[in-house]
Ligand binder design. Structure first.
Ligand SMILES: Cc1cc2nc3c(=O)[nH]c(=O)nc-3n(C[C@H](O)[C@H](O)[C@H](O)COP(=O)(O)OP(=O)(O)OC[C@H]3O[C@@H](n4cnc5c(N)ncnc54)[C@H](O)[C@@H]3O)c2cc1C
Length: 404
């Protein structure tokens, strides 16, 4: 019977619940809103499978192997616009659907809860596009993916590194027609804090029909958390400086406890593909630096390489050095550190309204307003991207000097 010896280590991947032969494990939210396994001791048969499958306790040693790396932009500009970076995920998913396959990913429900679900048609892939900075509930999708694989169908399963490790552990063997896609993950915020934020926005915005965490309203390099009305008109677009949820995300105040010492921050992974942002594409190809989004793609397997040889027909891409590409991805290797005010933040979340909570921890001060004014003005003057390029180059030179 799975025992949470170290609650801080559990990533909530659900492999234990999925593998249980008598289905006596349920994933129940704790007081911070994160799901944890809870065992019904009456029905448990003590088979031990839940403990064996846990990818955290059975952590594999990281071994190096040959990899390929690319920077990629989807050819369809609408797909690229809806995607977080360059639309690499969509290009892979479209190929799977073209084979009659099933794609699993993280989507919003009607009330903007984030869950994992499946789609079989290309027209539905928009649901998965764009990062949702909230821990997704994978529900029973591991079992559903296994069922599709046993029917001989192609399956693409995308998620955070812990979700992909959980799926691999649950499946327990390789499948020829399974493609797994993970991301470089900063950390996953609490669904309860997301709900508090939505409660606040309900009061401010009234009704809305769509949300994008990483909208390119201004451009890729200054993406915004945007809300849309029924006809797709933007009714709110605030970025890293003034949106209170994005500020909470980047201040590391509401991540799952396991994110602060994530065991899956590494270069050599169990997935076929790892995707992340490429803000500094000008380092590889100046012509690709159009501020509309570029994905970094790291391929870990032969199967991934074969699939990518088809996928890249839908994209503009350039092969780059895996060493160089991964050297720019700090979040691939390092867990974030907990904000010292994390405990107080969750304590206050119990009794404050969303508005009171976010205004207490992330107030809109004159400094915050100035930062936004500066960024937006730089964008309007067309100097944001060039300034960012210079800053990136200076940072790289400084980093090299420190390393030397
Ligand atoms: C929580 C989170 C943290 C991230 N942190 C970083 C980071 O620190 N640095 C960095 O460079 N990139 C980070 N990324 C990855 C980045 O935002 C893009 O997802 C990546 O560049 C791929 O973009 P794309 O345009 O190819 O795909 P997109 O069209 O953006 O597709 C997104 C894919 O991510 C999956 N996804 C979205 N939200 C979730 C979620 N909540 N849980 C699990 N899977 C999800 C979808 O199923 C889909 O497969 C993060 C993503 C998430 C979800």
């Amino acid at each position: 019977m799975i025992a949470l010896h170290d609650r801080k280590a559990c990533t909530g991947c659900t492999a234990c619940a999925a593998v249980c032969p008598v289905q006596c494990i349920q994933m129940i939210p704790d007081e911070e809103g994160f799901l944890y396994p809870v065992v019904d001791t009456e029905t448990c048969i003590h088979c031990g499978r839940c403990e064996q499958v846990c990818p955290v306790s059975a952590k594999r040693e990281e071994k190096s192997f040959p990899q390929e790396a690319y920077v990629l932009q989807h050819r369809d500009e609408d797909v690229r616009h809806e995607s977080t970076s360059g639309g690499a995920f969509s290009a892979i998913a479209e190929w799977i659907i073209g084979q009659g396959g099933v794609v699993f990913g993280a989507a919003f429900t009607d009330d903007f809860t984030v869950i994992h679900t499946a789609v079989v048609e290309k027209k539905d892939l928009w649901k998965f596009r764009n990062s949702k900075y909230v821990q997704s509930d994978v529900g029973r999708t591991y079992e559903e993916a296994a069922a599709c694989l046993s029917q001989g169908r192609w399956v693409c399963y995308s998620g955070t590194p812990c979700q992909i490790e959980g799926l691999a552990a649950y499946l327990g063997k390789p499948y020829e027609r399974l493609i797994t896609v993970d991301i470089v993950c900063h950390g996953v915020p609490s669904p309860l804090i997301w709900r508090k934020y939505l409660e606040m926005q309900d009061g401010k915005l009234g009704s809305y029909a769509g949300i994008r965490f990483r909208d390119k309203y201004y451009g890729y390099k200054y993406s915004t958390l945007s809300f849309f009305d029924r006809v797709g008109k933007t009714i709110y677009a605030h970025g890293i400086d003034t949106d209170q949820m994005i500020r909470a995300f980047f201040s590391d105040i509401c991540d799952r406890p396991s994110c602060y010492h994530c065991p899956f921050k590494k270069r050599y992974r169990v997935s076929d593909f790892t995707l992340w942002d490429c803000f500094d594409v000008f380092l590889y190809d100046r012509r690709m630096d159009d501020d509309r989004g570029t994905s970094s793609v790291l391929i870990h397997t032969d199967k991934g390489r074969q699939v990518f040889s088809e996928v890249k027909k839908q994209a503009r891409c350039r092969q780059v050095s895996p060493d160089l590409l991964t050297s720019c991805a700090k979040e691939m290797f390092h867990s974030v550190s907990p904000n010292p005010r994390r405990g107080a933040f969750f304590e206050d979340a119990r009794h404050l309204s969303g508005q009171e909570l976010f205004d207490r921890y992330f107030p809109e001060t004159a400094r915050v307003r100035c930062a936004r004014f500066l960024r937006v003005s730089m964008y309007r003057l067309g100097i944001y991207a060039p300034v960012k390029r210079v800053v990136t180059r200076v940072k790289r030179i400084r980093r090299r000097q420190r390393q030397a």
